[in-house]
Design a protein around this ligand. Sequence first.
Ligand code: GLU
Length: 452
Amino acid sequence: MTPTVRFAPSPTGNIHIGNSRTALVNWIYAKKNDGQFILRYDDTDLARSKQEYADQILKDLNWMGIEPDRIERQSERFSSYDEAAEDLRSRGLLYACYETPDELDRKRKRQLARGLPPIYDRTGLNLSEEERMAFEAEGRKPHWRFLIPNFDGSPDKMKRTNVTWNDVVRGEQTIDLASMSDPVLVRGDGTYLYTLPSVVDDIEMGVTHIIRGDDHVTNTAAQITIFEALGSKAPEFGHHNLLTTSSGEGLSKRKGSLSIASLNEDGYEPMAVTSLAVLIGTSAAVEPVPTMDELVQKFDPSTITKSAAKFDVAELDSLNRKLVHSKPYSSAREKLEAAGVNGGEEFWNVVRENIEKLPDAAIWWQMVEHATPVIDEDDAEFLCEAKCLLPDEPWDGETWNKWTSAIKQQTGRKGKGLFMPLRKALTGMEHGPELAAILPLVGHRRVLDRLS
Ligand code: GLU
């Protein structure tokens, strides 16, 4: 069977760096194993799901270098979910419950007060036909719970029932099914929670590995029993740790925190984002990896640590800087030209070590093309002398040294007193790339113009 993974976001907001970690870990798994990567939109919530978010998610994946092999939408698959739900109902595995949220809350509080675990007591399972009719007559609509197989003979006789799986990331995991409530699969308004549709899809789409955040570990135990109830063997599972902000809060799609779209807009290198999203929270060193192929080689899911990983923008900045400083012109060219930076390889090699993000090259290009010279009154005469000493063309690698030695000899100036007025006149700024490298970029005509 072809190893098949899926990334299953709800298109209810932009994906953030934490979601991208899930996408990347799945994609890398598929690449390493000659597998298939499905992008599955979990868009059963028709009110909150938006096409613009779905489009943006695909754009974000593409930006990071992920091309899904297949795209699926849950909103087109309701008939499959209805069929599975009907099948479970017909076998008594999905049962109607009529409690309101308040009633459930009171039940839980009573259980806790008596020192009992707050597990649903399966009242719905034992309702008589009359009781059901009475609730319906009151206008109550049932929600539907899946009967977890954690009992001996009768559902009243719960017993310890271990579900065990060998987690691709966390190693062997065991959960006692008697420690959980029967999960609600269908809400009172008839809509599905994600639990059942996800299992139905994973079966029908031939998903072999479900890799997702470790906030889903408990779901996994329940879902394994749903796979089995639907006559399927559960796939393999892997749960990676989650990313938090540097102060330890969870990342939230709704807050738009660190969305991939905003990192793109801010000019970060996709490989800085993917290197960090994948390598943070592992025992491997977090370092800038130049290509996705190399990231695939480098990453091993078993190196993921168990505790949450803190995402720090400063770390992203540092990776980005390193990538930009060593980025070959061939891979920078397209973006430079799109930003109107047409200085070619020579220009790029001069500026790349002076910038944090690739689009900042435009600032230096602007400087080369259109700097407004800054000339202090005290320096005007000095610059006039420098202008007279500027070597004629053609220039070569020695031109800068020849020129500045001549200026030094004639004016007696040296060090900062010599270089700063030249820098301010030629670039309009007090800092920047080596003047020796800037000189040929600015060129003979413009240098003359800027010195007076
Ligand atoms: N839509 C679910 C989520 O984003 C998918 C979980 C899963 O991968 O099974 O949490």
